[in-house]
Design a protein around this ligand. Structure first.
Ligand SMILES: C[S@@+](CC[C@H](N)C(=O)[O-])C[C@H]1O[C@@H](n2cnc3c(N)ncnc32)[C@H](O)[C@@H]1O
Length: 197
């Protein structure tokens, strides 16, 4: 999948035009437990809507993406209060270890080829401080693609998520979102986990 080309051609069917409904709901109900100034990474941030929503509650946010064109648009939409970083989340050499308190996952994991999922977990562990928090909205059953291709998005089962993340993280909560985009109703799960020390 050539993400940069999709953004250049404005072929971005995944873009919701705003923050993910499960994130909005989480921030409304539980954002109060997040400490202002805590650092957050949004890997595969695309146009940056989720990153901006996290910034608005007082967090210090880095939006990371492979696609320069997506980041250029994110910057135009939301300015420089979020740090926009171009790079590959799967490449641990792009940042020092333990650089953020929280990772917010939404539609990056499902964009990564399934055979690279263990590298996703390694990178999340690399970025997070020990004890750091990963809030993930995962596609268990993504809507079929219009072109019939198998993915992305690549769905993932709960058992696989538990076993993949279980080695480096402790899962503290799993639930269905109380709000989802209409196309995604019943197809997502929210998992909260903490990086093991
Ligand atoms: C399905 S899109 C979702 C974008 C955004 N999260 C949203 O919901 O609109 C997947 C995003 O992940 C980015 N991406 C894919 N693989 C990546 C990687 N290895 N490192 C960083 N970004 C990646 C793509 O460029 C794209 O912006």
């Amino acid at each position: 999948m050539n993400w940069e080309q999709s953004y250049r051609e404005q072929d971005t069917p995944w873009d919701l035009g705003g923050a993910a409904p499960p994130l909005i709901s989480f921030l409304k109900k539980e954002g109060i437990n997040l400490l202002a100034g805590q650092t957050v990474l949004v890997p595969g941030c695309g146009y940056g809507h989720d990153a901006e929503a996290l910034r608005r509650v007082g967090l210090e946010v880095t939006g990371l993406d492979l696609a320069a064109t997506a980041l250029k648009s994110a910057k135009m939409l939301y300015g420089d209060a979020v740090r926009w970083l171009e790079g590959d989340f799967l490449d641990p050499s792009i940042v020092p270890e333990h650089s953020v308190d929280m990772v917010f996952e939404h539609t990056c994991f499902c964009a990564i080829p399934p055979e690279q999922r263990s590298n996703y977990v390694k990178s999340a562990k690399h970025w997070l401080v020990p004890g750091g928090f990963l809030l993930g909205v995962f596609f268990t059953d993504p809507p079929p693609r219009e072109d019939g291709a198998s993915g992305p998005p690549f769905g993932v089962g709960l058992d696989e998520l538990r076993s993949l993340f279980g080695e480096s993280f402790t899962i503290t909560r799993e639930r269905s979102p109380d709000r989802s985009h209409p196309d995604r109703l019943g197809r997502e799960v929210i998992i909260e986990m903490v990086r093991n020390t």
